[in-house]
Design a protein around this ligand. Structure first.
Ligand code: ATP
Length: 353
């Protein structure tokens, strides 16, 4: 994979408030990269630095090995899609998408006006088809639904064929069902366009669905960089584990390689490389735990609560030392005596945060 953008020790302060604290990040060609973190963690600021709308307080940013920070925003090979679509209300769908190319002046282009129109038409059609809006060319943009308007905004941003498309919570204004549909579509669009997407969201599900690489940020610092599977299955710390999904997080001791202990009981696990008797955190995902008859599992307890969640039941089991949350398709009555079991691969050991 070819490196497209590199950030080295990028910091940003607004007055006394340091919002980015030494960001190191590489983004490759054709990657779908998501900056994920809670509100105010600095993700939009990072996007704006790459787009040229903000300058870092210190650090370097390069694009294909060349300094990006010295290039003014309008000359950067970037384009941005915002949460609010900012379409031109007086132009129809076709002209909104064509706009980006019409204003682009190419001194070396010697083609006739007719040839230029034909080339433009081919591109508008290509990108309208990519976002599923063929047949909508003549429509007024303000008569479109929110999702359709956002597709126009995406086509308009793609038509210039930027090296990297910056997307700042572009689906946040849509309702849940449409947002979920658009998540799959965006990933398809990115693959078909062959353009790198840098996507900002605070929604972990969105990040897990679409990304090749997720960058989890908290308070201006990167917590973890990895594939959705890495981030979900092997969170590096408690912040990531909690932010990415519901979890049972338990303090324990790494007694030895492949041997972990919590609540005075030892378990075999697949983790190694920790110090002997290092205090660590353990993540047990609710969907990795199973309920079996009393005394047949590792930890006995009593069903404390049962909530039906559509596909599974969320069941809290109260044990002597703590409550475990379990997702299972099997129903268990409140008050029933049960036991909890899991595989050793499902014990995720993290360094203490
Ligand atoms: P959100 O999801 O809420 O947009 P975010 O993670 O994108 O959050 P940023 O928008 O990057 O966060 O903001 C990080 C911090 O920097 C916030 O505390 C914000 O108030 C502050 N901030 C951002 N832009 C400016 C600015 N131009 N001047 C002063 N403070 C700013």
């Amino acid at each position: 994979m070819k490196e497209l953008i590199r950030l080295e020790n990028v910091t940003k302060a607004f007055g006394d408030q340091v919002v980015l604290k030494g960001i190191d990040l590489e983004i490759y060609e054709n990657e779908f990269v998501t900056l994920l973190g809670p509100s105010g963690c600095g993700k939009t600021t990072l996007l704006r630095i790459i787009g040229g709308f903000e300058t870092p307080s210190s650090g370097n940013v390069t694009l294909m090995g060349k300094d990006l920070l010295s290039i003014p925003a309008h000359k950067r090979p970037t384009n941005t899609v915002f949460q609010r679509y900012a379409l031109f209300p007086h132009l129809n769908v076709y002209e909104n998408v064509a706009f980006g190319l019409r204003i682009k002046k190419d001194k070396d282009d010697k083609s006739t006006k007719k040839e230029k129109e034909a080339a433009l038409d081919a591109k508008v059609t290509k990108y309208l088809s990519m976002v599923g809006l063929i047949g909508f060319e003549e429509r007024n943009v303000y008569k479109l639904s929110g999702g359709q308007q956002q597709r126009v905004a995406i086509a308009r941003a793609l038509i210039n064929e930027p090296k990297i498309l910056l997307l700042d919570e572009p689906l946040a204004a849509l309702d849940l069902k449409l947002r979920q549909e658009m998540q799959y579509e965006l990933k398809e669009i990115q693959k078909n366009a062959g353009i790198t997407f840098l996507y900002v969201t605070h929604d972990q599900e969105e990040a897990l669905t679409m990304s090749d690489k997720i960058v989890v940020i908290n308070e201006g610092e990167i917590q973890q960089i990895g594939s959705p599977e890495d981030i979900y299955n092997e969170p590096t710390n408690e912040f990531v584990a909690k932010f990415i999904g519901e979890s049972n997080i338990i303090e324990g001791i790494m007694k030895d390689d492949y041997l972990v202990s919590w609540d005075e009981k030892d378990y075999h696990c697949v983790d190694y490389g920790f110090k002997k008797n290092e205090v660590i955190d353990i993540v047990l995902r609710p969907e990795d735990l199973d309920i079996v008859p009393e005394q047949e599992g590792y930890i006995d307890g009593v069903v404390d609560s049962v909530v039906f969640k559509g596909v599974h039941y969320e069941i809290d089991v109260k044990t002597l030392k703590r409550i475990y949350t379990i997702h299972t398709t099997d129903y268990h009555q409140e008050g029933k005596k049960v036991s909890i079991t899991f595989d050793k691969e499902d014990i995720h050991v993290m360094e203490k945060w």
